[in-house]
Design a protein around this ligand. Structure first.
Ligand code: 5GP
Length: 182
């Protein structure tokens, strides 16, 4: 096995581009949530790198909690079935919730989680996603904050995996087709 960069086909979003965008989102969120003590709900595992960079750009008081769902298993296509496999630790009743997603593809995961959160009587719920694939959308979903719109291609890096690999590459990229045949 060689280095992971040998598996990369194309870099879609460089480290520098992501950094600049995360800074901008952090500023926007800080301006809009000042004094509201929002809770950032991060969806494991894909969104953790985005979350950790975003948090360091925030100038406001906030808290963090985690949820995990299963949807893709080892494939690159959405099964359409979303299952909650880990729930929040804290109550979100009366809180301003920001759902932090790595990518909104069909929209099924974000839609399901937004509904789960809404049932718990928060003050508000909004979605903040680093990436969005508008061409793949099956469920219309409003994302208050979107980092980048990308084409309907499978991407990895900056937290996003393929078969649990490639989360640690610091940019967003596509993989060579032979990787999927291994
Ligand atoms: P959705 O329910 O919107 O179809 O899918 C959301 C989840 O599918 C994301 O949180 C992510 O885990 C996974 N996903 C969707 N598209 C991609 C992609 O291009 N690359 C990776 N690594 N995961 C994806």
């Amino acid at each position: 096995m060689g280095e992971i960069k040998e598996d990369i086909k194309e870099i879609l979003l460089s480290k520098r581009k992501i950094k600049k965008k995360v800074k901008k989102l952090g500023k926007q969120i800080s301006d809009e949530y000042r004094g509201k003590n929002p809770v950032f709900v991060s969806i494991l595992k894909g969104s953790v790198i985005f979350l950790s960079d975003l948090l360091r750009e925030l100038k406001i008081e906030c808290s963090v909690d985690f949820m995990a769902v299963s949807s893709y298993n080892e494939k690159t296509e959405s099964s359409g079935v979303v299952k909650l496999i880990m729930d929040l630790r804290e109550s979100i009743e009366g809180r301003h919730v920001l759902l932090v997603e790595d990518i909104v593809d069909t929209g099924l995961t974000a839609g399901y989680l937004r509904d789960v959160i809404r049932m718990r009587n928060p003050e508000s719920v909004e979605i903040c996603t680093l990436l969005s694939k508008p061409a793949a959308r099956e469920l219309h979903i409003e994302c208050r904050y979107t980092g980048f719109e990308i084409p309907d291609e499978y991407v990895v890096g900056y937290g996003l995996d393929y078969s649990e690999k490639y989360r640690n590459i610091p940019y967003i990229a596509t993989l060579k087709s032979e990787v999927y045949r291994r």
